[in-house]
Write a protein that binds this ligand. Structure first.
Ligand SMILES: C[S@@+](CC[C@H](N)C(=O)[O-])C[C@H]1O[C@@H](n2cnc3c(N)ncnc32)[C@H](O)[C@@H]1O
Length: 311
């Protein structure tokens, strides 16, 4: 959705932009080109391999690019360390990159054999294999239900606990085969692999993705200049719901319960939602990149001081 990102971000010459999900640097490159000659791009990714790839990809832009390893939920401390108070725009293109998905040793893919890792930053946190080995059945069920909306969560959790007593579950295909065995055939959507939801759930849990998203949206809102824009692309309904709610709250301002006839909180709107409905990838893009099928883009603009009456 590169074209759509540029359309909604509206980068301006000489502006300062933050890409919180740098990946291979595809969006970053477009932003650097659009803000040429003087614009600055701060790129964050918690995956050291992604940063390295992006560093090579963006080397021609020299000191217009600043790359840092870190979670976008901590963008404020990165900006502080760089002495940058406010930015003109922020992009968050959530989830895993094709590069990560296509690297079996990272453990994201249920189609290829690899260690059950799934950490976007493999030098921190707990790998998925430890969760599968140690979590109680109820906890596993909760993870699959909460983060994968998996209908057969309880059944899968019980089977994991039974199997791991006989042999450790340490690889992607071991887990994918276990799930395929347990999920009844002919029930649920057929077009996705039976292990899709379990893998999504584990990945979200292992990387604390929903908490990071909430914190990242709050931080972006704090650090956007008036008129600055935030563009977020999500890949499943759990993420999109968080984005939609956060944008709505910012555009309404008032947090009083609806039963109060008159506002008592006095909070004013701080942003304007630009995308009334989520924007989806075009058919052509989905044909070229099937992953774009589930992408939803939303954008908002921070209001100016006069518009939100705080200046
Ligand atoms: C979909 S890819 C982004 C691709 C990128 N927009 C491009 O054009 O190449 C998502 C990237 O964001 C990173 N990522 C996901 N969540 C993150 C977070 N909370 N903080 C930092 N990086 C994150 C992943 O490691 C991955 O490299």
């Amino acid at each position: 959705m590169a074209e759509e990102v540029l359309h909604y971000l509206k980068p301006r010459h000489g502006g300062t932009y933050l890409d919180g999900t740098l990946g291979g640097g595809g969006h970053a490159r477009l932003i650097l080109e659009a803000t040429s000659p003087g614009g600055t791009l701060i790129g964050l990714d918690h995956d050291a391999e992604a940063l390295q790839a992006a560093g090579t990809n963006l080397s021609e832009f020299g000191d217009r690019v600043i790359l840092r390893q870190g979670n976008f939920s901590e963008m404020e401390s990165h900006l502080d360390a760089l002495g940058i108070a406010m930015v003109d725009g922020v992009v968050l293109d959530l989830g895993v990159s094709s590069y990560q998905l296509d690297s079996p040793q990272r453990g994201f893919s249920f189609r290829e054999e690899g260690p059950l890792d799934m950490r976007m930053n493999p030098s921190a946190g707990t790998p998925a294999a430890s969760v599968i080995a140690e979590a109680e059945a109820d906890h596993l069920k909760h993870i699959f239900r909460e983060y994968g909306e998996e209908r057969w969560a309880g059944r899968i959790a019980r089977e994991i606990v039974a199997v791991r007593e006989r042999q450790p579950i340490e690889t992607t295909l071991q887990l994918a085969e276990l799930v395929s065995r347990v999920v009844p055939r002919g029930k649920g959507p057929q077009r996705i692999h039976p292990a899709t939801r379990v893998f999504q759930a584990l990945r979200i849990y292992v990387n604390g993705e929903l908490d990071s998203l909430q914190a990242g949206l709050d931080a972006a809102r704090q650090r956007l200049k008036a008129g600055g824009r935030l563009v977020v692309i999500s890949f499943h309904s759990l993420e999109d719901r968080i984005v939609k709610r956060a944008f709505r709250a910012l555009s309404i301002g008032c947090t009083c319960p609806p039963r109060l006839a008159v506002c008592a909180c006095g909070q004013e709107p701080v942003a304007r939602v630009i995308t009334r409905k989520g924007v989806r990838a075009t058919d052509i893009e989905v044909e070229n990149n099937p992953r774009a099928r589930s992408a939803v883009l939303r954008a908002m603009e921070k209001l100016s001081a006069e518009e939100n009456h705080d200046g």
